[in-house]
Write a protein that binds this ligand. Structure first.
Ligand SMILES: Cc1cc2nc3c(=O)[nH]c(=O)nc-3n(C[C@H](O)[C@H](O)[C@H](O)COP(=O)(O)O)c2cc1C
Length: 189
C-alpha cells in the first residue's frame, strides 16, 4: 500500500478482532512515529505500551470516567455504561499512551505538541498499511492523575495527548465526510 492509499483509506476503528498484536510489530509501528518532523530535534514523543496490569487499572478508571459524563442517568443505566466501557477498554488488543514533552516557552510547547501529532499520524498510517487499525482516544483519562502515575509520566513535563486503541479491525467504517476541497484550499492573489 502506498502512502496516498493509506491516507485515503485509513479510518478510525472502533471494533477490533481479539487477536493480539505481536510486540515487535507494535514497536515497528511506533518507530515510524519517531521519524516525524520535529523542530530543533526535540523528539518530544513518548510512547508507553500498556502492560496487562496497567490496562486493567485504566480500564476500570475509563469506565468510571464515562459514568461521570452521564450524571442524570438512572443508577442501573450508569452501571451499564461503566461496565460496558470498562470491558471495551480491557478487551482492546493493545493500547499505547502517547505523551508530548511540554517544556520551555509557549512556541516550543506548541511545536512539540504539533510534532507529536505528526508522530501519531505516522504511526496510524504505518499501522493501516500493516492491516492494523487504531482509534486515537482523548477521553478524560488523558488528564487523570492516575494515568500519569501508572504510566510513570511526570505531569509537570508531559501531557498525555491520547491513547491509541489498537488491533486488527473487525469492522471498517465507510469513508468519513470531508469538506469540499474548494472550502479548504484556495490560492491567494
Ligand atoms: C486529537 C484527536 C482526538 C480524538 N479523540 C477521539 C475520541 O476520544 N474518541 C473517538 O471516538 N474518536 C476520537 N478521534 C478520532 C476522530 O473522531 C476521527 O478521526 C474522525 O471521526 C474522522 O474519522 P477518520 O479518522 O476515520 O477519518 C480523535 C481524533 C483526533 C485527531
Amino acid at each position: 500500500m502506498d502512502v496516498l492509499e493509506a491516507i485515503h483509506t485509513r479510518r478510525t476503528i472502533a471494533k477490533f478482532r481479539p487477536e493480539p498484536i505481536p510486540a515487535e510489530t507494535l514497536t515497528e509501528l511506533l518507530s515510524a512515529g519517531t521519524w516525524a518532523p520535529n523542530h530543533h530535534l526535540t523528539e518530544p514523543w513518548r510512547f508507553v505500551i500498556l502492560g496487562p496490569e496497567t490496562q486493567r487499572l485504566l480500564a476500570a478508571r475509563f469506565g468510571e470516567l464515562k459514568v461521570h459524563k452521564a450524571p442524570t442517568e438512572a443508577a442501573e443505566q450508569r452501571e451499564r455504561i461503566r461496565a460496558d466501557n470498562e470491558r471495551m477498554f480491557l478487551n482492546l488488543p493493545a493500547v499505547v499512551a502517547v505523551a508530548a514533552l511540554q517544556e520551555g516557552n509557549e512556541q516550543r510547547r506548541r511545536e512539540d505538541y504539533a510534532a507529536v501529532c505528526c508522530a501519531v499520524q505516522n504511526v496510524q498510517l504505518a499501522a493501516w498499511a500493516a492491516g492494523i487499525g487504531m482509534k486515537w482516544s482523548t477521553s478524560p483519562l488523558i488528564r487523570d492523575p492516575l494515568s500519569y502515575r501508572l504510566l510513570s509520566l511526570d505531569p509537570t513535563r508531559f501531557d498525555i495527548i491520547g491513547f491509541l486503541f489498537t488491533g486488527y479491525p473487525a469492522e471498517t467504517p465507510t469513508r468519513e465526510r470531508r469538506l469540499p476541497l474548494d472550502e479548504v484550499i484556495r490560492t491567494s492573489p
